[in-house]
Design a protein around this ligand. Structure first.
Ligand code: FE
Ligand code: FE
Ligand code: ZN
Length: 300
């Protein structure tokens, strides 16, 4: 079954109800969100009544809670040891919040080694995860494949394998593939089966818990990490559709993180969500050359 959705918001008042309603408005059957602001670690309490209400809506609309994904704030850098105690404490609390919501997947950026060596950075990631996860952890941490911007780690499957191999509770750690990041890191995503063969050989396909579907503004190996709307980037419509409908990735949630669309070609402010139109393209497997115009017409 096609499990498709996008990044959605999660606010203090409506919490999971708001997220589900937004996802349904795009025609999604899954979604991903930050439990608070992505750029900071302040978090408000989860309202269990709102969660219950959201579950009812999900049930009525065939949204399976097991396909829903939380994204950890990108401010957390597990590769840096300066904030080790804070990172572990925050991640432990975040896992509890995710569990309280009944969700079992959280995406985490492995982090950047900054002034440390790559080896030190990898060891910090391992230490952070081992200090965070215990035998009572019920949430799987999905390490995202990164573009290689700056000193980002997790840009190839040898590094990711090294991290996972050194985790005590290995069954609590998996992978989140990001098509834009893979492209920018140097993988040819037009031959996705080759990438999957490598993952299968080194880590195991069963470790893939989520796929971020994004086009890229930049050519292969650019190490930039700038997402583009569906079908109009360097990866293109046909390649993205092939990835989404690849039989080996069948029951894995696919999440769009494509950029909001600007008011017009001269403005910089991103105002309009593209997801309803992009999901339409994905479901129909038909390219929409007027994607951006259609989105502007809908929301303006
Ligand atoms: Fe991410
Ligand atoms: Fe991503
Ligand atoms: Zn990205």
């Amino acid at each position: 079954m096609l499990i498709i959705g996008s990044h959605v918001s999660f606010n203090k008042t409506n919490q999971l109800v708001g997220s589900v309603m937004e996802a349904l408005s795009y025609g999604s059957n899954t979604f991903m969100f930050y439990t608070g602001a992505p750029q900071n670690t302040s978090r408000y309490p989860i309202d269990d009544e709102k969660t219950k209400e959201a579950y009812k809506i999900m049930q009525e609309n065939n949204v399976n809670i097991n396909n829903i994904v939380v994204h950890a704030p990108y401010i957390v850098n597990p590769a840096n040891s300066d904030n080790f105690d804070f990172n572990v404490d925050f991640l432990k609390n975040e896992l509890k919040r995710v569990e309280q919501l009944g969700i079992n997947k959280i995406v985490l950026h492995p982090g950047s080694h900054v002034k440390l060596t790559k080896e030190q950075g990898l060891q910090n990631i391992i230490d952070t995860l081992n200090a965070t996860i215990d035998n009572e952890t019920n949430v799987t941490i999905l390490l995202e494949t990164m573009a290689g911007k700056g000193t980002e780690l997790g840009t190839n499957f040898d590094d990711l394998k090294f991290i996972i191999d050194n985790i005590k509770y290995k069954n609590k750690v998996g992978l989140c593939l990001d098509t834009c990041h893979l492209n920018d890191a140097g993988y040819d995503v037009s031959d996705f089966d080759k990438i999957l063969d490598e993952i299968d050989f080194k880590i195991g396909l069963n470790k893939i818990g989520c796929i971020h579907i994004n086009d890229s503004k930049n050519p292969i190996s650019a190490h930039k990490d700038r997402h583009e709307n569906f079908g109009i980037g360097t990866i293109g419509f046909d390649n993205l559709i092939k990835i989404i409908y690849n039989k080996r990735l069948e029951n894995i949630p696919k999440i769009l993180e494509t950029p909001y669309v600007t008011y017009d070609n001269n403005s910089k402010e991103r105002l309009y969500p593209p997801y309803k139109f992009e999901i339409e393209m994905i479901k129909s497997q038909k390219n929409n050359p007027n994607l951006i115009d259609d989105i502007r017409k809908e929301y303006r």
